[in-house]
Design a protein around this ligand. Structure first.
Ligand code: SIN
Ligand code: MN
Length: 290
């Protein structure tokens, strides 16, 4: 699947594209049914909500779960991002966010590239986020909120929030959020929340300012977030563990379009457990060979 000129222009203007129903119910089910067993694991890669057992984020499932390894190579997800970045891609980050019924906590206002720059020394913003809904997303279960056009501001000022939720994040302060929302149309379109059935997909720019509220509804809002980075733009520091910020810069090779409903062999390097090296971190800048 490739993007049209009109979609490329819309992405440039607004910083995101929404594809309702991009994956069928049958394809989505293959993913959804694998989640409870992954969330039940007592592993470092499952980050739980502050003071609770509910999983906030599961990291790196594409390295140990077959359905998610196939999703990570899906042409309906990878090809549009290749069109936007014009280069081969590697997987920088892979998350299955829970936002579980009654328990899912907020994600503060932030830009993902802010964290990738500050923590991982990713050289430029040439990386893209993809969200794939595994549950229906409505106004009730904590949909994403975007400030359209905010990616045009580049990297904005942010501070490292280590206390609000269980996951550290570089967050944008409220006066700046108010300004950005006003600039985007205030009450008339200054914040948008794409909503739709399970299987819907959003592509969004790594500098697009976004957030989500808590989930007080009885409906889970599980979603996969894949962050794809241009290979030449790979991170230059391993300050965060490898299960959060990946260190394998091999270009993604797509599987056929039916890869969620037919089995194709995939490599699962962490199938028997995460290597100890994935927990090692360093403040050194890594050498780049030409
Ligand atoms: C994120 O920004 O990484 C996650 C937001 C969400 O799951 O609502
Ligand atoms: Mn984010």
């Amino acid at each position: 699947m490739h993007l049209t000129k009109q979609q490329l222009e819309q992405f440039d203007r607004e910083g995101y594209l929404f594809f309702p129903g991009q994956f069928s119910a049958e394809e989505t089910h293959v993913l959804t049914e694998a989640v409870p067993e992954l969330y039940a694991r007592r592993e470092a890669y499952n980050v739980r909500e502050k003071g609770k057992d509910a999983v906030r984020t599961n990291f790196a499932a594409h390295l140990y779960s077959e359905p998610f390894a196939r999703l990570a190579r899906h042409p309906r997800m990878v090809k549009p991002v290749e069109d936007l970045l014009g280069e081969a891609l590697y997987m920088h980050q892979f998350k299955i966010n829970g936002k579980m019924a009654f328990e899912g906590d907020v994600w503060q206002w932030h830009q993902d590239y802010g964290t990738w720059l500050n923590d991982d020394l990713m050289p430029t913003e040439r990386a893209m986020n993809v969200a794939i809904f595994l549950d229906d997303v409505t106004e009730h279960n904590g949909p994403l909120m975007f400030i359209p056009g905010s990616h045009k501001k580049g990297v904005v000022e942010a501070s490292h929030d280590l206390s609000t939720t269980s996951y550290p994040l570089w967050v944008v302060d409220h006066p700046l959020i108010s300004q950005l929302v006003e600039r985007a149309g205030g009450k008339h379109g200054g914040i948008v929340s794409p909503k739709g059935p399970a299987g819907s997909m959003i592509l969004f720019h790594s500098c697009l300012v976004h957030a989500s509220g808590s989930n007080l509804s009885p409906f889970n809002r599980v979603a996969v977030y894949l962050s794809l980075c241009a290979v030449s733009n790979h991170i230059r520091r391993y300050k965060r563990p490898e299960y959060i910020a990946h260190r394998d810069f091999t270009p993604i090779e797509c599987l056929p379009d039916d890869c969620l409903t037919r089995s194709y062999p995939v490599d699962l390097p962490w199938k028997d457990g995460m290597p100890d090296s994935a927990l090692e971190t360093s403040l050194d800048e890594i050498g780049v060979t030409a």
